[in-house]
Design a protein around this ligand. Structure first.
Ligand code: FMN
Length: 198
């Protein structure tokens, strides 16, 4: 293949990537000619993501006096100084408008015996905060769930539209550990536990 043909292939790859909405990825630094960026097979994409084990949190807030919350595996640490954490929320989430309106939110890091709680906070047909859910208002009002491994109380720091999700970054105002060493994990569509190497 000639150098000219190579260049043409790269350029058309970039054009495809931009059309697919991948233009935000610095196309100049990525050889998108060799892959069809943004056009990955949806099932294959989901299967690859399912292989990635993730910790499970429930993000809670108090909005207009009403407790709201949702289960998320997209939680991540972002920065130590300032102390920042993040999660992604689906644009279609009915919880998001209340979360956005709240002055702060709490991240409840679930323990391995809280799979039912995680499932409950992903369901639409229940009052997520009714029995058997046990919670108390945190220092600023956001619900803190009982028996979690840890909680973080966060102030809104930044949000950004990213694809079909919204990136939410929080500035951590309080971090408390309650039961380290027994996290709830999510892998291949199932909840499970972490087993450390001997
Ligand atoms: C294990 C698991 C992880 C999830 N992670 C996320 C996530 O990171 N972001 C998100 O927006 N939804 C996530 N969801 C889905 C939401 O919990 C659920 O769709 C949402 O609560 C729907 O309710 P809503 O419309 O009231 O927000 C997850 C669900 C489960 C079961």
């Amino acid at each position: 293949m000639t150098a000219t043909a190579d260049a043409g292939q790269v350029n058309s790859g970039r054009a495809r990537a931009r059309r697919a909405g991948a233009g935000r990825a610095k196309a100049g630094r990525v050889d998108t000619g060799r892959v069809d960026a943004g056009r990955v097979d949806a099932d294959g994409f989901r299967r690859a993501l399912a292989v990635h084990a993730a910790g499970v949190v429930i993000v809670t807030a108090q909005s207009g006096g009403i407790p709201v919350g949702l289960t998320a595996t997209s939680f991540s640490s972002v920065s130590l100084e300032p102390p920042l954490v993040s999660f992604y929320v689906d644009r279609s989430s009915t919880t998001w408008p209340s979360l956005r309106a709240a002055g702060h939110f709490a991240v409840n890091v679930l323990a391995c015996d809280q799979a039912d709680l995680a499932a409950r906070f992903a369901r639409k047909d229940v009052d997520r905060f009714a029995e058997p859910t046990r919670w108390r208002p945190g220092p600023l009002g956001a619900p803190l769930l009982q028996d979690v491994s840890a909680h973080l109380v966060c102030l809104p720091y930044e949000t950004a539209d990213v694809g079909d999700h919204i990136l939410v970054v929080g500035l951590v105002a309080e971090a408390r550990v309650h039961g380290p060493g027994r996290p709830l994990l999510y892998h291949q569509g199932r909840f499970g536990r972490f087993i450390a190497h001997p």
